[in-house]
Design a protein around this ligand. Sequence first.
Ligand code: PLP
Length: 368
Amino acid sequence: GSSSSALNFGAGPAKLPKEVLSEVQSELLCYQNCGMSIMEMSHRGKEYDKINNDAQKTIRELLKVPDNYRVLFMQGGGLGGFAAIAMNLINRTGSADYAVTGTWSAAAAKEAAKYGTVNLVFPKADKPGAIPNESAWTRNPDASYLYYCDNETVDGVEFHTVPQTHPDVPLVADMSSSIMTKKVDVSKFGCIFGGAQKNIGPAGVVFVIIREDLLGKPMKICPAIMDFTNINKANSVHNTPATFSVYVMEKVLQWIKKMGGVEGMEKQSEEKSKLLYDAINNSDGFYTSPIDKEVQSRINIPFRIGRPNGNEELEKKFLDEAEKQYMYQLKGHRSVGGIRASLYNAVSLADVKSLVELMQRFKKENDK
Ligand code: PLP
């Protein structure tokens, strides 16, 4: 199919705004009359310095980041972030609390256990799809931090409120798949981090928003490139950053600003997800969501097709028909199967309408 008509529902790396990509294309060979690509330019030059500072500034603006927080960029992906969080923060008391609600928080807890004692605040569920009531969490008042994943990309489980924490236990959140899709009160957090490759840019860069007083206590073994204190001192150019990724991210952040900021993204996210959940809920059981209503994600929406709880043949047929309509990357994560639609910031309401139309037609033709 023609590349300009593809509807991309991928979980990440994910769709980027077309306007941003064409702007990138227009200056790909020659960045601002420099006669070279930004990819070919020093990370210590004035051009990249501006991009780096603008990206930090725009994140601060969009999320109303308080002055006593720092915005950092590093590499290593979300997984690198899991290790970095532990190596930078677990040293305070040697232990940390983890809320495991799905694939990525489970991976984060496993990674952190290499560096300290990990306490799960509730037992890991065999099949994610719910979050135990907070009154039943067993929090440790001596934990270095309380960790959770705001939106479980694979499983489709999202926190719609910020969990409570002990006043002395900073809250740490993985917002890889939810950053800039809803308002957040940054002051409730010790640290927010995530990979950019879903809502705010291409793969290759990790954002870290951290309260200043949490810097300065890394474990001795923490690699320099993951040491938040070092990265902060060097304004995120401690070593060569993924300059091109940060450059594209900066443009996506400007695009978000233009589109009404986080408020605009949140409103659009609510509309998009409501449309899709309505299609699931009004299908009389042909489409089903495996997730508890209160914690259904607005962003990554897994569902099954066919009675009673999904039929792999029908799902394969649906994916084939979707591709014929240029709808791509709708296959559920290999660990959970079924269908998954990811509705990140660059996915439009019109994209979701097309998907819902396909679902309605597919039900008519196949619900026998
Ligand atoms: N955290 C969340 C919520 C994710 O969705 C992902 C990746 O999909 C990760 C962490 C891991 O990120 P990476 O693949 O960049 O290591």
